[in-house]
Ligand binder design. Structure first.
Ligand code: PGA
Length: 252
């Protein structure tokens, strides 16, 4: 059991409608009754269509809302089907996932992600930057090289580093029910923190979350790894029961 602040971030992906408010409501009620808000931070990154609605309906602000991506352009512009960071902030988001592998897979580059981070920070959103290697990169032992490249090209020293959280999500682990061995995971989290401190010449280590197939059954595996500052949870965050069980079991 740890007293260090831990993040439990849900990534709903393309899921949910107005009736899904009941999920947030259940999580929020559980949080208010049973959890210590000084130790635990719950953030749900939901589709853009739901942010404003959920924000209005939530009675307490124990849970924060986030978005899952944005256009890189800071102002209004001719970008059909897109929304910018400022619009998301105005809808009620305080966080934003950027660089998710599902978006990298359809062409999002480190360079573009960096511009998106700049824009999100300007709009006063806290960024959850996803990094992680593919299976092919893992097999060819390129994990550290890939992570270093993603860190150094998506983040820069001039950005407000205190508003960037890193989520390490091995691409091969997302939605696959496969997770790393404990020693390997520890080594990678250390490496990310080390590389970040070195690159940006800061004394403050970044917060590093783990994401990829986290569920109520395997969460206990992560409890002893104190280096992990929290979790980015996809599929299992779409159910209040599972999400609550993840938090409960983590501290069991
Ligand atoms: P998963 O997704 O928990 O369903 O593996 C994690 C993510 O994509 O952020």
């Amino acid at each position: 059991m740890t007293n260090k602040l831990k993040y439990f971030v849900g990534n709903w992906k393309m899921f949910g409608d107005f009736t899904s408010f009941k999920i947030i409501n259940k999580i929020s009620n559980y949080f208010i009754r049973n959890l210590n808000t000084n130790n635990i931070k719950v953030i749900l990154c939901v589709p853009n269509t739901l942010i404003y609605f959920f924000k209005q309906k939530m009675k307490s602000q124990t849970i924060s809302l986030g978005a899952q991506n944005c256009h890189h352009y800071q102002d209004y512009g001719p970008f059909t089907g897109n929304v910018n960071a400022k619009m998301l902030k105005n809808s009620g988001a305080n966080y934003i996932i950027l660089g998710h592998s599902e978006n990298r897979a359809i062409g999002e580059s480190n360079k573009l992600i960096k511009i998106k981070i700049d824009s999100a920070l300007k709009s006063n959103l806290t960024v959850i930057l996803c990094i992680g290697e593919t299976l092919k990169e893992k097999r060819s032992k390129k994990t550290f090289r890939v992570l270093k490249k993603q860190i150094t090209s998506c983040i820069s020293k001039n950005q407000n580093l205190s508003k960037i959280i890193i989520a390490y999500e091995p691409v091969w682990s997302i939605g696959s029910n496969k997770i790393l061995k404990s020693e390997e995971l520890k080594k990678i989290i250390h490496y990310i923190k080390f590389q970040y401190v070195k690159t940006f010449r800061t004394k403050k280590q970044p917060l590093v979350l783990y994401g990829g197939s986290v569920n109520e059954k395997n969460i206990k595996f992560f409890s002893p790894i104190s280096e992990i500052d929290g979790f980015l949870i996809g599929g299992a965050s779409q159910s209040a029961k599972k999400f609550i069980a993840i938090i409960k079991n983590y501290y069991k």
